[in-house]
Design a binder for this molecule. Sequence first.
Ligand SMILES: Nc1ncnc2c1ncn2[C@@H]1O[C@H](COP(=O)(O)OP(=O)(O)OP(=O)(O)O)[C@@H](O)[C@H]1O
Ligand SMILES: [Mg+2]
Ligand SMILES: [Zn+2]
Length: 536
Amino acid sequence: MYKALYRKWRPMTFDDVISQQQTTDTLKHQIIRGKTAHAYLFTGSRGTGKTTCARILAKAVNCRNMKDGNPCLECDICRDADSGALTDIVEIDAASNNGVDDIRDLRDAAVYTPERGAYKIYIIDEVHMLSPSAFNALLKIMEEPPPYVKFILATTEIHKVPATIASRCQRYDFRRIKAEDIAARLKYIASQEELDLTDDGAAMIARLADGGMRDAVSLLDQCSVCAEQINAETVSNAAGIAGRDYLYDMLDAITDSDTAKALSITGTLYDMSKDITRLCEELIMQMRNVMLLKVSPDTAGQLIICMPDELERLRSLAQRTETGTVMSRLSMLQECRERMAKVMNRRVEFEMSLIKLCGNVNNAPAAIDNSEIYDKIKQLEDKLNSAPLQRQNVQPQEAPIEVSSPVPDAEPVPDVDLSKVKQQDFVPFERWDEVLTEFEKVNPSVAGSLEGSYAATAGNVMFITAKHAIFTKLFHDNKSNAASLGEAIARVAGKRYAIRARCLTTNAEKKSMAEEMLKKAMDSKVETEIDNTPIN
Ligand SMILES: Nc1ncnc2c1ncn2[C@@H]1O[C@H](COP(=O)(O)OP(=O)(O)OP(=O)(O)O)[C@@H](O)[C@H]1O
Ligand SMILES: [Mg+2]
Ligand SMILES: [Zn+2]
């Protein structure tokens, strides 16, 4: 069976791990001297090698012929650890086993000495997901661990790990991997896989991956399915950079203060199911590019992620705008992006910001309050509706959640009102693991990005909550990904669902967002429903 490239190319020794040399050197040194700690905490952004290093460390301390601090990969311990047959190394995914009972099971098992190795090792991945009582139970064991037990905790969200736990661990911070290092590793993987990856293709993937090696390798995987030669163009197609004229049209409209045009482009994109949050993020990226071109025209080319012809359009935008204006527009967009995470009606939020962006930004746009803007949107809407380009009325109270599927044709029409579904209307979709298995058979690269995801249904709508942002990107930007996922779901569930995808936010974040949003909606007299989509 085809194995996703990022799994296949998981480093097996510390020497294979790139760009984390400080960490790997220290760990190797400790292993050579036999002076390893009782507990480790690996933190840092996604796909930088935490889980990978936890597994290598677990093997190395038990390996029968450890080589310079690396596991030999040949002895029975190394081999059984890799096949999952070694009971002395226990890996717990706290994302799905986060209860106090899971940790109690761990505690009960920890009283037995290791079967074959010198140590019994517990790798607790995504440790920040443990419930408070589970953390307490864990703390009890960590306070007085048996001498043969070691813990390796891994997390992207160190601030959610209680200080009592963190202070008992040796902590290592995994850094974002430099674009050059990612590109070099991609070239190596491509050569081993006999993939034709050009230098500019590798550089483009590396910049898009933003420091995460998993996303980089997944994108390479994705591209290898689409094209013979993987170059900047194929990468941009696979990542959805191609066909972004609308973005530049929008930026032109903003630069020319053409509010009606900017709103009309938004309306068209909205009707085409474009995710408005994504749109805002894309605008931020391009506005950032304009800023870079303003302040450092010579070097900006290397920092910007875009196609060559887009660079020309960006240059022209930079020429037509003052640096100060670019900066204030950028911060308006950033604020808009932040607010969008808190409100139900992202479209209205975005349109309000567009109007501000098109206005004279130096004339204290903050003075305009939301209700005035709302009126102005209405006026503009009326104007637009009488213009030749016909589009939907803005009806904020009926607007669907902005995460619609990119393949509306193949999907049933939702039989629930998406603007009104409440938490209690959702049923967890129990067979999600089966869907993932099915999906991995047909689309392993995208299936990889669904690691740690879950799904819930309401009527014929299935909401997928993904842990990795790259999934929502691959889902929204590439129709065939969305279609093959829909197929996999239909095969398992025996019926088709209208699919909505989103990236994970935590309960606490959601709650505060909802409260703030409700308050704001009341203040501005906008009728609004709270998004009560469950996230557990
Ligand atoms: N430092 C690295 N060197 C080489 N490959 C890496 C490195 N970091 C990650 N990878 C690649 O990315 C994949 C995922 O890495 P890993 O699971 O270790 O990431 P992680 O830091 O645990 O991420 P997450 O926080 O998302 O769990 C690996 O299988 C490997 O292909
Ligand atoms: Mg991990
Ligand atoms: Zn070994």
